[in-house]
Design a protein around this ligand. Sequence first.
Ligand code: NDP
Ligand code: 2IT
Length: 457
Amino acid sequence: MPVKDQRAPHAPKDRLASLRAELERRNPAQPEFHQAVREVLATLDPVFAVRPEFAEPGVVERLVEPERQIIFRVPWQDDEGTVHVNRGYRVEFNSALGPYKGGLRFHPSVNIGVVKFLGFEQIFKNALTGLGIGGGKGGSDFDPHGRSDAEVMRFCQSFMTELQRHIGEHTDVPAGDIGVGGREIGYLFGQYRRITNRWEAGVFTGKGRGWGGSAIRPQATGYGSVLFAAEMLARKGAALDGQTAVVSDSGNVAIYTIEKLQQLGANPITASDSTGYVVDEKGIDLDLLKQVKEVERARISEYAAYRGSSARYVAGGRVWDVAADVAFPSATQNELDAEGALALVRNGVKAVSEGANMPTTPEAVHILQEAGVAFGPGKAANAGGVAVSALEMSQNAARTAWTAERVEDELGAIMRAIHDVAYETAERYGAPGDYVTGANIAGFERVADAMLAQGLI
Ligand code: NDP
Ligand code: 2IT
């Protein structure tokens, strides 16, 4: 949407509706990006009423347009010598608050619209941490499933051969996301170091503990999502101790969600992957889950095969049908739909905390909120991962390494602060208990303030 006439602002509501239509016209076939923008814009009216300068043409228009979008070819050879060509992406969305910061996703579903939705969410999430990081995201449609370590290494080296010219500790700092964990970050960082001839620890987060990584970074997203749920429950006079939990997925976020739930006395009874889920009446055996998913990189059905009679594998099913007090969608976008939300409500769920990015459809969010369920949106509830990434950058800049206790204390304080600012902002703007509105407005205010102060760039 070219910003045409700066002198004739219409009423913000009409203008936002036409801005949205224009955005969808100019960014066709990007439904996830449209959804993420729609969801934020739908909550901003109260702040426009109080801060009319934010509603002036040019603020939201700039916020929804990435500062830079990079798309590149990634050629690589498999173990048989066959050549494959994937597509790589980095969307540098907004740097008003700090260097672009956000993960890389390797999954066949990755396209420019998915990367833009993730980058857009990241702007607000990172603002909520209060830690001076801008928003960005990247990835590739490469599918690591079934690939050997050598193939993954060759892919990562080819990907970084191009990406290295765009990133830097003061410019753009990637990390992991779906399909990108410790193994991939090692290969990516190694290639960056080789090409640039720089030991620039702060260019990547999620590194190994022995070479610049922060304690607790692998745990941080899952731990943070549980801490956010605990804060929401505390406002309702409840606690996690003794509660039954459903967790979707069995990746990085899900595993450490389960670990923190168990530490706090809750009983997580499910885990899943894209093929189905397991329900374990005795509670998930975390060591077994880590062995199956992290060591063997096997399917979740293997968990039930090893575990014996307490666990049942349901092919193709979804965890939302399992009765529980609290729920943690931790896989991917739009995994929790209206049907799932209705099932959760029927079973009396009290809180839902989004470990994944945008896992709950707009209809499902509405159903949960109408039913009085405490709903923690991803840009607040899963911010623990990027927050500890920012702490990793601080440690790298100071050439030091903090203890796990110190990082975990900081993570706890940050999650409490994010909860409180979302809660209090929602109250201040007339939407008590609505963490979606609270998180969107609180994040928006910080970014928009910085953008206005820095002029028309
Ligand atoms: P992992 O790669 O560790 O795990 C990904 C899991 O998600 C796998 O079990 C995979 O199942 C499943 N999955 C991926 N894509 C799909 C899909 N399209 N449909 C169904 N299942 C899918 O990823 P993470 O745990 O890191 O990420 C999980 C979520 O958390 C994502 O939404 C991510 O954006 C978000 N997140 C991650 C952070 C982090 O620090 N890692 C921080 C904040 C949010 P399968 O193997 O069967 O494909
Ligand atoms: O979605 C996310 O916040 C992440 N994948 C983590 C980003 C980061 O830079 O640690």
